[in-house]
Design a protein around this ligand. Structure first.
Ligand code: F0G
Length: 352
C-alpha cells in the first residue's frame, strides 16, 4: 500500500507471523526521530542527539508495538480474552488492540498510581479495570497466576510476542539514521523495552543493515532502581509512575543487553527527570511523560562519558498527555486563574 500499513506488514520478514496470522493493527510504528539541539548543546563535543518519539503511537506509547504482535498471536491461537498488570500504558494499549481484535481486555493496576490519561484510555477502549491495593510487582504476580489458572492470555512483556513487536523500534532508528547510534538511552521499568531494542539492533546487525550496535544505557528512577542496585526494591517510589517497579520481569535479558553492549544501568532522581521533562517541552516542543524524560535526564547526567562526535538516541516512550496532573502541577506559575476580563490587568500579567 501507499500508506504506512503498521509494523507487522512493514517488518513481516523479521517477525514470527505467517500468512494465517490475523493482523490486529492500528498502523502503529513509523514514529519520528527528532533532533534535540538544545540537549546536544548541553553536551557539546559535536555530539548529535535525537529523540525517538514513541509517544506518537496510536495509544500514545511504545506499548502499541508489542501489543499489535501479542494480540494478533492471541487471536491466532483462538484466545477470547487478554489480561495484563500495568502502570498504565500497557493497559491502554492492551485495551485498544484487544477490543479492535474482538477480544475482551482485563487489566490490573496499582490503585492510585496510574496517570489519569492512561486510566481513562483503558476504560474508554473497553477494559474492565481492577485496581488493587498493592504495587505493580504485586499486580504482575497476580496476573501471572491468573493466566496459568484461567483461559486468558497474558500480554505483559513476559509474552514473547511483545518483545518481538517492540524490537521494530530499533529497526526504525537504524532505517532513519542509516546506521545504529553510538548510544541508546532508554528508561527502564519492567525491562522489556531495553531487551527489545537490543534484540532489534542485534538482528539488524546480523543482517548487515547496520555496521555496529549501540551501548545500551538504561536509566531507572532513583527510588525504583533494582537493576542499578542489583536486587529487588520492596517499596519502589517515583513520581514517574510508569516505571515505579521494584522487581522487573525481564531483568535477566536486560542485564544481558547491558553487558553484551558494554552499557550501564544508572539512576536519575525525580528532580532530574522533571528538569529534562521541562526542557524537552519548553526548548524543543516535545511533550513526553515523566518516565520517558528519564532517558534524556540520564544522558545529561552522564554527558562527560559521551564520546566526541557521537550520535545518541534517547527513547521517549510515552506522550506527555498521559499524565495531565503532573503537567499542571509543574507549571502553576504560568497559569493565571480568576483574572478579571480587564485589558490593563491582563497586559500587566503579561509584563507588557
Ligand atoms: N516508559 C513508559 C512511558 C512506560 O510506560 C514504561 C513501562 C517504561 C518506560 C519502561 O519500559 O517496562 O519495558 O522497561 N510501562 C509498563 C506499563 C510497566 O505497565 O505500562 P519497560
Amino acid at each position: 500500500p501507499q500508506y504506512w500499513p503498521g509494523l507487522i506488514e512493514t517488518y513481516r520478514q523479521y517477525l514470527p507471523v505467517t500468512a494465517e496470522t490475523p493482523v490486529v493493527t492500528l498502523n502503529e510504528g513509523n514514529t519520528p526521530l527528532i533532533p534535540v539541539p538544545s540537549v546536544a548543546a548541553e553536551i557539546g563535543k559535536q555530539v548529535e542527539v535525537f529523540v525517538k518519539y514513541d509517544g506518537l503511537n496510536p495509544t500514545g506509547s511504545f506499548k502499541d508495538r508489542g501489543m499489535t504482535m501479542a494480540v494478533s498471536k492471541a487471536k491466532e491461537a483462538g484466545a477470547k480474552a487478554v489480561i495484563c498488570a500495568s502502570t498504565g500504558n500497557t493497559s491502554a494499549a492492551a485495551a485498544a488492540y484487544a477490543s479492535r481484535g474482538g477480544l475482551k481486555p482485563f487489566v490490573i493496576i496499582p490503585d492510585g498510581y496510574v496517570a489519569m490519561g492512561k486510566l481513562a484510555q483503558a476504560l474508554v477502549y473497553g477494559a474492565d479495570v481492577i485496581a488493587i491495593e498493592g504495587n505493580f510487582d504485586k499486580a504482575l504476580e497476580i496476573v501471572r497466576q491468573m493466566a496459568d489458572a484461567y483461559p486468558i492470555t497474558l500480554v505483559n512483556s513476559l509474552n514473547p510476542y511483545r518483545i518481538e513487536g517492540q524490537k521494530t523500534a530499533a529497526f526504525e532508528v537504524v532505517d532513519a539514521l542509516g546506521d545504529a547510534p553510538d548510544w541508546l538511552c532508554i528508561p527502564v521499568g519492567n525491562a522489556g523495552n531495553i531487551t527489545a531494542y537490543w534484540r532489534g539492533f542485534c538482528e539488524y546487525h546480523q543482517e548487515q543493515r547496520c555496521s555496529r550496535r549501540p551501548r545500551m544505557m538504561g536509566f531507572q528512577a532513583a527510588g525504583a532502581a533494582p537493576l542499578v542496585h542489583g536486587h529487588r526494591v520492596e517499596d519502589p517510589q517515583t513520581l514517574a509512575t510508569a516505571i515505579r517497579i521494584g522487581n522487573p520481569a525481564n531483568k535477566a535479558l536486560a542485564i544481558a543487553a547491558q553487558q553484551e553492549s558494554g552499557g550501564e544501568f544508572n539512576p536519575v532522581t525525580d528532580d532530574e527527570i522533571l528538569a529534562a521533562y521541562r526542557m524537552l517541552a519548553k526548548q524543543e516542543g516535545v511533550f513526553c511523560e515523566p518516565a520517558s524524560a528519564a532517558s534524556v535526564a540520564g544522558l545529561m547526567k552522564h554527558k562527560d562519558q559521551v564520546p566526541s562526535g557521537a550520535t545518541v538516541v534517547c527513547v521517549l516512550t510515552g506522550n506527555g498527555l498521559k499524565d495531565p496532573d503532573i503537567a499542571l502541577q509543574q507549571n502553576t506559575d504560568q497559569f493565571h486563574q480568576g483574572i478579571a476580563p480587564d485589558l490593563e490587568m491582563i497586559a500587566n500579567i503579561m509584563d507588557l
